[in-house]
Design a protein around this ligand. Structure first.
Ligand SMILES: Cc1cc2nc3c(=O)[nH]c(=O)nc-3n(C[C@H](O)[C@H](O)[C@H](O)COP(=O)(O)O)c2cc1C
Length: 383
């Protein structure tokens, strides 16, 4: 079982990531396998200044020796480069420094107020430092390690944006040109929509406003039979949805046709089954999952990201110290982070998918998983 934990504040010294259950014998090199994903998370048009200051790097500190996992828990650290400016403010040791950067004007759309009340803080920085999407760097690092397991058995993943603030940018999937996504400032193949979207982002920024969008994580070559229909918490669609919904600012998730399926006829929603030497489908409206089990089609997960909650033209709020009306606090912030969120979605989905893979094919060594998968593929041929 793959278990992922993280710790670390947005402006603390570092993020700590622990991934337990990694099989032994997996080739894993931080600079090659993790850092490029961290870089992708930092990219995209409409990001704030912090993304320029920081260039994340993972430092593996346990569970890997000479480039291979040992089977022990893998832990890694990602330094916060901005820490030097926050050392005294965020120090774990008591000191006599005056309280700086206190945040008392709760930002609507953030957990500031509910978290402050729940944990008994009037300096809401104690809440926001952990709630901040800086934490998604930990998710991406853990997800990149899980993705290595998937890659090793031939599963490929892609993250893209399919709708930016109401402007569709889905010109179709192009597995042969994934590099185009890395080059696109919007993580989209749709060049035609680009200018219009960039204009919308620029305008939102000028107006002190923010934008959301719809993101997609997709996997190809996924074996049939991951997940299970036999118990509610084993269903893979449910597990993927929980992982997606836990990402900051994600407010809805769909598998395959999702919301559209609710308005179409049944004959337009389900994928007929055919056989010609092997079972196959001509359509993939189900997004690769039926009854919580992968069916061999591409796995397609989409999620809706709300606009960033920190507005430079702030909403009204209340100062929790004075209880007076105030403008919401403005912490350095993105105008939009939709392209980055697609990377987080792909990486969170990778953790879930890798976990389901280990469940089915063994979890001690990569070799064992490869052998079991090959035998299973032979079995499917005869089924
Ligand atoms: C990659 C990424 C970057 C984000 N950047 C910001 C940001 O710069 N400013 C902000 O207010 N919210 C940002 N968010 C969203 C907030 O973290 C999130 O809305 C907030 O923690 C409240 O959680 P909720 O929206 O899930 O309820 C970002 C989210 C993601 C996934």
């Amino acid at each position: 079982m793959l278990r992922f934990f993280s710790a670390g504040e947005s402006h603390g010294p570092l993020l700590t990531v622990l991934l337990d259950g990694m099989p032994a014998g997996l080739e894993l090199i931080a600079s090659r396998d993790i850092d490029p994903w961290l870089k992708r998370r930092q990219g995209g048009y409409g990001r704030g200044r912090r993304m320029v200051i920081e260039s994340d790097q993972a430092r593996i500190v346990a569970g890997v020796r000479k480039g291979y996992t040992s089977g022990a828990p893998v832990s890694l650290e990602i330094e916060n480069r901005d820490w030097r400016n926050w050392q005294k403010i965020m120090s774990a040791e008591p000191n006599n420094e005056p309280i700086k950067k206190e945040l008392t004007k709760a930002r609507p759309g953030h957990v500031d107020l509910a978290g402050g009340i729940k944990y008994g803080h009037k300096d809401l920085r104690n809440v926001l430092e952990r709630a901040s999407a800086r934490e998604t760097a930990s998710r991406v690092a853990a997800g990149a390690m899980a993705y290595r397991i998937l890659e090793t058995v031939g599963i490929k993943g892609a993250a893209r944006v399919v709708n930016f603030a109401g402007i569709p940018c889905d010109s179709g999937m192009d597995w042969d040109n994934l590099k185009k996504l890395d080059k696109s400032p919007l993580r989209s193949f749709d060049k035609k929509a680009e200018a219009k979207i960039i204009e919308k982002i620029d305008l939102a920024k000028k107006n002190g406003d923010t934008l959301g969008g719809i993101i997609e994580a997709r996997f190809s070559n996924v074996p049939i039979g991951l997940g299970s229909h036999t118990q509610w918490d084993r269903k893979l669609d449910g597990r993927l949805a929980q992982a997606a919904m836990s990402i900051q600012a994600i407010k809805a998730v769909e598998i395959g046709d999702g919301w559209q399926g609710a308005v179409n006829l049944g004959s337009e929603v389900h994928d007929a089954i055919y056989y010609d030497d092997q079972y196959y489908r001509k359509t993939n409206r189900s997004g690769g999952l039926e009854g919580g089990v992968t069916n061999g089609s591409e796995l397609v997960i989409r999620a809706a990201m709300k606009p960033i909650a920190t507005l430079m033209k702030p909403l009204e709020t209340v100062d929790v110290k004075t209880r007076q009306k105030a403008d919401a606090a403005r912490e350095r912030s993105d105008t939009t982070a939709v392209p980055a969120a697609s990377i987080v979605l792909l990486m969170m989905s990778s953790i879930i998918l890798a976990d389901a893979l280990l469940e089915k094919f063994g979890s001690d060594t990569i070799r064992e998983i490869e052998t079991n998968l090959a035998n299973y593929k032979n079995y499917i041929k005869e089924y």
